[in-house]
Design a protein around this ligand. Structure first.
Ligand SMILES: NC(=O)c1ccc[n+]([C@@H]2O[C@H](COP(=O)([O-])OP(=O)(O)OC[C@H]3O[C@@H](n4cnc5c(N)ncnc54)[C@H](O)[C@@H]3O)[C@@H](O)[C@H]2O)c1
Length: 202
């Protein structure tokens, strides 16, 4: 990689980065010189799978944790643990996400809510937990993984589109609220990428 883009000395926390897009962002960050990768996943099985993927990719400077991003207390506890075991969090990538493809009129409220919780409320929870240290240092980067569905509606993805559309606006709001602390927040809205999330479509 052309290292005009250097992450030398930076610690990056990527949520849900055991595999898929998050894992590949982690690999790119390491190629750009990131000092440490931190990732979490929802359970031990996903964590172990992730650690095996990092080992296979020859990435040693990685710490993995089990943490559900919708659990506010667990996220706060993890932030403290990261500070103790790794150090400051320079970059946060809100990558963990789910999708449920169900026609809206057949979708139960709890299914809709679950997607909103993981894809929109969790980026609020995790960003809020990391912002204070970034504000104190007057430096930080937050990247939210949005979607084409941040812009478009489609059949069966009402909750996902509502969440990812909201995440786009949360991104804009973080920019306007925390720009004065030298914190930059960006969103990336990928098209279809072959990962477990899109396996049913293929
Ligand atoms: N694959 C695509 O085509 C595509 C397109 C646009 C956007 N995205 C978005 O990119 C991100 C990554 O998608 P992917 O395709 O790699 O998905 P994936 O399903 O392969 O990976 C998502 C990861 O998030 C984890 N996760 C889910 N719920 C969690 C929770 N509550 N707490 C902690 N971890 C949790 C999963 O275990 C998994 O490791 C998601 O936000 C997704 O919506 C994907």
């Amino acid at each position: 990689m052309n290292n005009l883009f250097s992450l030398e000395g930076k610690n990056a926390w990527i949520t849900g980065a055991s595999y898929g897009i998050g894992f590949n962002i982690a690999k790119a960050f390491v190629a750009a010189g990131a000092q440490n990768i931190i990732f979490n996943d929802i359970n031990n099985e996903a964590l172990e799978r992730g650690l095996a993927n990092y080992r296979e990719a020859g990435i040693e400077n990685v710490r993995g944790y089990v943490c559900d991003v919708t659990d506010e207390a667990a996220v706060k506890a993890l932030v403290e643990r990261i500070h103790e075991e790794v150090g400051q969090i320079d970059i946060l990538v809100n990558n963990a996400g789910i999708i449920k493809r169900i026609p809206m009129h057949e979708m139960e409220r709890k299914e809709f809510q679950q997607v909103i919780d993981v894809d929109l409320v969790a980026p609020f929870i995790v960003s809020s937990a990391v912002l204070p240290e970034m504000m104190e240092r007057r430096e930080g980067k937050i990247i939210n993984i949005c979607s084409m569905m941040s812009e478009l509606g489609r059949e069966t993805v009402s909750a996902y589109a509502a969440a990812k559309g909201g995440l786009k606006m949360l991104t804009r709001n973080i920019c306007s609220e925390y720009g004065e602390y030298n914190i930059q927040c960006n969103a990336i809205g990928p098209g279809y990428i072959a990962t477990p999330q899109t396996a049913p479509l293929r």
